[in-house]
Ligand binder design. Structure first.
Ligand SMILES: CC(C)(COP(=O)(O)OP(=O)(O)OC[C@H]1O[C@@H](n2cnc3c(N)ncnc32)[C@H](O)[C@@H]1OP(=O)(O)O)[C@@H](O)C(=O)NCCC(=O)NCCS
Length: 168
């Protein structure tokens, strides 16, 4: 479908950096972004396959969660998503395509989640972070409040848990 009065596909009409709500038909594209972003840290491909369910963003997920896409000149380059339980929101996804990292896209997506949390009057935004992304979340104002001890491929894996308190 083109935008009325133009010959442009909707996404192509986007200039510069823009964040919009995701639609279920973007599930495959957003999943590809998640896989590419996670691979950026150089994890063994075996681990990436083990994490496949965590990296897959389904149409059903998008339909039932606050999910946003970051565009750069019309191209989807990042995605974030929240889940909500009572007064606590959690970051379910935050992924930026490697070629577009370091350009403020992750920060823009994070600010979008923060403003959504404030609109929904959430008390806390929680993040179970990839260890490589901890510094990013701290830069965004989150504080480490604990850790989650799990395992991958028979090896222990400790993930920092961070929080931002939104309403005291
Ligand atoms: C983490 C991630 C989302 C950051 O996105 P980004 O677009 O590269 O980040 P930005 O350019 O918006 O950076 C914002 C600020 O955070 C800093 N920053 C970004 N990544 C960082 C990192 N990994 N460690 C420490 N600081 C970081 C930047 O230097 C910048 O600081 P500044 O404001 O002083 O300039 C992105 O690197 C990514 O998708 N990584 C792979 C997937 C992943 O681990 N996602 C998180 C899952 S929990």
């Amino acid at each position: 479908m083109t935008i009325p009065g133009t010959h442009l596909e909707p996404e192509r009409s986007i200039r510069g950096k823009k964040i919009l709500r995701a639609t279920p038909n973007q599930a495959e594209t957003l999943t590809q972004i998640a896989f590419a972003a996670k691979r950026h840290w150089g994890y063994p491909e075996r681990w990436i396959q083990i994490w496949s369910p965590l990296l897959t963003i389904s149409p059903e997920f998008i339909a039932t969660h606050d999910t946003y896409v970051a565009y750069m000149d019309g191209e989807p380059v990042g995605v974030c998503a929240l889940s909500v339980e009572k007064e606590k929101a959690s970051v379910e996804h935050l992924w930026v395509l490697p070629d577009f990292m370091g350009q403020g896209i992750g920060a823009a997506l994070f600010r979008q989640m923060l403003s959504r949390c404030k609109y929904m009057e959430m008390r806390i935004l929680e993040i179970e972070s990839d260890p490589n992304a901890q510094g990013f979340y701290e830069r965004m104002g989150a504080k480490v409040v604990g850790e989650h001890v799990g395992e991958v491929d028979g090896q222990p894996r400790i993930l920092p848990v961070l929080e931002i308190v939104l309403i005291c």
